[in-house]
Design a protein around this ligand. Structure first.
Ligand code: ATP
Length: 235
């Protein structure tokens, strides 16, 4: 479904991603792991045209999408729910969600997208008129994921979806990921919560200093020394 070859991301002199290869197959849950600053967010952002990819090739559903604008990715079915929630606090829940559907022309399609998100997150339906800034952290996270789902993605990239949430809500976030997979969404998830991520993922990649330090099935990674090393300051 997604194939990434020799991807590099540079911010001026900072070389955040130094030539990585990865593959995502339809229906998989992929964990992207690694210590702070390893280059995970830069990778996800570059995959949807939001960070500067200085080299490499990205193929999505057989099409070369390298260097495409973010709108193109959304219309092809690949969407990012970014780190830090980034919801618009002074817009209502409904308005925030609508922003995720900007590439949809058909009103009926937008309504179906709303219904789907509200069915997944009934609390957002209840609070749809409320300013997003008045939601709890967990609800804002749901809103960020909901907004990404509005474009009806086939591949959803989630950057730290459980960051800063209470343990019970974290469990709900992981449950949601498995529900989405059952609904036919393929997922790539950046997570600090390594053990929970490897519980739900099929495979994973471990990044260290902008490179892939290890990859394999979730079971292989659980027992990998490289995984531990990547978190013990190998960065
Ligand atoms: P974290 O979990 O802390 O977000 P990460 O693995 O996602 O870490 P990135 O956020 O991709 O890592 O950061 C990789 C490197 O790129 C870091 O050294 C970071 O300081 C740098 N970096 C990230 N974004 C920018 C930017 N917009 N401008 C300059 N440097 C950046």
């Amino acid at each position: 479904m997604l194939s990434v070859q020799s991807l590099q991301v540079q911010y001026g002199a900072v070389h955040a991603v130094r030539g990585i290869d990865l593959d995502v197959r339809e229906g998989e849950i992929i964990a992207l792991l690694g210590a702070n600053g390893a280059g995970k967010s830069s990778t996800l952002n570059a995959l949807v045209g939001l960070a500067p990819a200085s080299a490499g090739r990205i193929t999505f559903k057989g099409q070369d999408v390298t260097g495409s604008a973010p709108e193109r990715f959304a219309s092809l079915g690949m969407t990012l729910s970014p780190e830090g929630r980034r919801v618009f606090g002074t817009l209502s829940v409904q308005e925030n969600l609508l922003m995720g559907a900007y590439s949809m022309r058909d009103k009926a399609e937008v309504k179906t997208a709303f219904d789907r998100v509200f069915d997944l997150f009934p609390i957002l339906r209840e609070r749809r008129e409320q300013f997003a800034g008045t939601l709890s952290g967990g609800q804002q996270q749901m809103l960020a994921v909901g907004r990404a789902l509005m474009s009806n993605p086939r591949l959803l990239l989630l950057d730290e979806p459980s960051l800063g949430l209470a343990p019970k809500i974290v469990e709900q976030v992981f449950e949601l990921i498995t529900v989405l997979r059952k609904q036919g969404v393929t997922l790539m998830v950046v997570e600090q919560n390594v053990s929970m991520a490897l519980e739900i993922a099929d495979r994973g990649y471990v990044m260290a200093s902008g490179r892939i330090a290890a990859s394999g099935t979730a079971a292989e990674l659980r027992n990998s020394d490289t995984l531990q090393a990547a978190y013990l300051g190998a960065d």
